[in-house]
Design a protein around this ligand. Structure first.
Ligand code: SF4
Length: 279
């Protein structure tokens, strides 16, 4: 039996705007035909997604004839809004509103951004359409055991990972997109899309943040501005920076001082990835 056959009841299909969850959506459509009304495909936009990601989400919906509900966090009740490509935030507005409300910054230890901007935003939407309990279909592959083995959430949903059940690896996902007439127009480096999710996400490696700072200075400025806004205004220094090791201003200054050697010199910026966002 196909690993992609929908379970009974309400099913939320979490589409992050990346290649893996896009592939999962394709397999679900192929196995089930048109998705029944008891399914919702959601994309939670933080406002810090690259425009290529937003275009990819639009293209997936259009080409595969699937309705994708675009959601964004809001700081006032009901704490979410349904938007679309045209109305989607592109300057980090939902993320900034959340920081403004919390008065401190998320970091590797306290990832409240993914919880609020993605998990709770989707939950609030699904509750608003009358769902009590549901299955949350997430694009986690078989080669991501660190994500698969996380404790199950004690909430209104149970997690379903059909890609892992089908033993899908990053190679299968890459091979799939290689055959498609369209793709996410962001680079894939050894199966890692370093510009996926929020552009300057603190979970990305220092080398990725350095490359981002050098190649997209105007986008990196948003992260620096968030830190500058909270400097001296939080209970501890650590909660006014996205990383314990460096501020985004320091990273920018470092990249301005160094030449290109930094990114090609092994060990110059060797900090590994610190995990992945939830969706
Ligand atoms: S991608 Fe990173 S910065 Fe964005 S919501 Fe997820 S954890 Fe937070």
């Amino acid at each position: 039996m196909s690993a992609y056959l929908l379970p009974d009841g309400h099913v939320q299909i979490a589409f992050s705007g990346g290649r893996t969850s896009g592939f999962m959506l394709h397999q679900l459509l192929e196995a089930n035909g048109d998705l029944p009304d008891r399914c919702e495909v959601t994309f939670q936009n933080t406002g810090r997604e690259m425009p290529q990601t937003l275009d990819f989400v639009t293209e997936v919906g259009r080409r595969w004839g699937v309705e994708i509900t675009w959601l964004e966090y809001r700081s006032e009740k009901p704490f979410f809004e349904i938007v679309g490509r045209q109305g989607a935030s592109i300057n980090g507005e939902p993320f900034e509103a959340l920081i403004e409300r919390r008065k401190f910054l998320p970091n590797q230890q306290t990832r409240f951004c993914s919880m609020e901007l993605k998990v709770r935003t989707a939950k609030r939407f699904l509750r608003s359409i009358g769902w009590d309990h549901w299955t949350n279909c997430v694009g986690i592959r078989a080669d991501e055991p660190h994500r698969l083995n996380k404790p199950k959430p004690k909430d209104r949903w149970t997690v379903w990972t059909p890609l892992a059940d089908a033993m899908i690896s990053r190679h299968d996902v890459a091979a799939f997109w290689y055959r498609q007439p369209f793709d996410l127009e962001l680079p894939n480096v050894r199966g890692n899309c370093w510009l996926g999710n929020c552009d300057g996400c603190f979970l990305k490696s220092e080398a990725s943040i350095a490359a981002f700072t050098r190649e997209y200075p105007e986008r990196a400025a948003w992260w620096e501005r968030m830190e500058a806004r909270l400097q001296g205004k939080t209970k501890s220094f650590a909660t006014a920076q996205f990383s314990k090791r460096y501020s985004r201003a320091e990273m920018r200054e470092f990249m301005e001082r160094q030449g290109d050697w930094t990114l090609s010199t092994e060990g110059a910026l060797c900090q590994a990835n610190h995990g992945e966002c939830v969706a």
